[in-house]
Design a binder for this molecule. Structure first.
Ligand code: ASP
Length: 225
């Protein structure tokens, strides 16, 4: 039911990095984690969204989340007024954290992209593409068109730019999101924190739901630039 708990169990209680399929379910069950049928994750709204994208695009996944997107127009006509068009926004929930000892961590969970082909694996679970953490550089969790983030090994690229090219967290994140990803056809963004607690949350889209919390200050949430 909570993939991040299963991921944490793999990290802490197995010698492995990534388990998939039935064996991953068995591993989670053995550790007493709650398993649910896939139907648990379905909602009528998301099902209707899928049907609408299928009507509009056939088998093509909904990648584009520009305001000019055809599906966005259809949603607007249907009277949906979410700040970001729900049909075309990316839906990954990513979290990065830094503790008082300068240890960083990242976790990420996604339903993928609307109307994707069954069996398609995106960037989110792939360490280095959609998610990465190193105390030497930063923790990074990405959202966006997964194929581009996979091809560009985006999350690790932030770390590599810091480690090998000496870029700051902000510079490395900007290079990946504003230069490298668009060149690969990738729209999206990322959240990142380094071992000093500096935060970067760049995106090359209209907006990105995001938030930040530090001890002693009120949480800050943002949508647009
Ligand atoms: N990156 C995710 C994927 O491609 C989608 C998302 O961020 O919403 O599966």
């Amino acid at each position: 039911r909570n993939p991040v708990l299963a991921a944490r169990a793999v990290m802490l209680e197995s010698p492995h990095v990534l388990l998939a399929g039935d064996s991953a379910d068995a591993f989670a069950r053995e550790r007493g984690l709650v398993l649910v049928d896939s139907a648990y994750f379905g909602t009528p709204e998301r099902l209707e969204q899928l049907r609408r994208v299928q009507r509009e695009r056939g088998t093509a996944p909904a990648l584009d989340h520009d305001g000019a997107d055809r599906v966005a127009h259809a949603a607007a006509k249907a009277g949906q007024h979410a700040p970001l068009d729900p049909d075309t926004k990316h839906g990954t929930v990513g979290a990065v954290a830094c503790d008082v000892h300068g240890h960083v961590a990242a976790a990420s969970s996604t339903g993928g992209m609307t109307n994707k082909r069954p069996g398609r694996i995106g960037d989110t679970p792939i360490i280095g593409a959609g998610c990465y953490a190193s105390d030497r550089t930063a923790a990074v969790a990405a959202t966006g068109t997964g194929e581009a983030f996979l091809r560009g090994v985006a999350a690790y690229d932030v770390s590599a730019l810091m480690e090998y090219a000496g870029l700051s967290l902000q510079q490395a994140c900007a290079r990946v999101i504003h230069d490298k990803m668009p060149a690969l056809g990738g729209s999206g963004g990322l959240v990142a924190v380094n071992a000093r607690g500096e935060v970067a949350m760049p995106f090359n889209t209209d907006g990105m739901y995001r938030g930040e919390v530090r001890p002693g200050s009120a949480p800050v949430v943002s949508i647009y630039r």
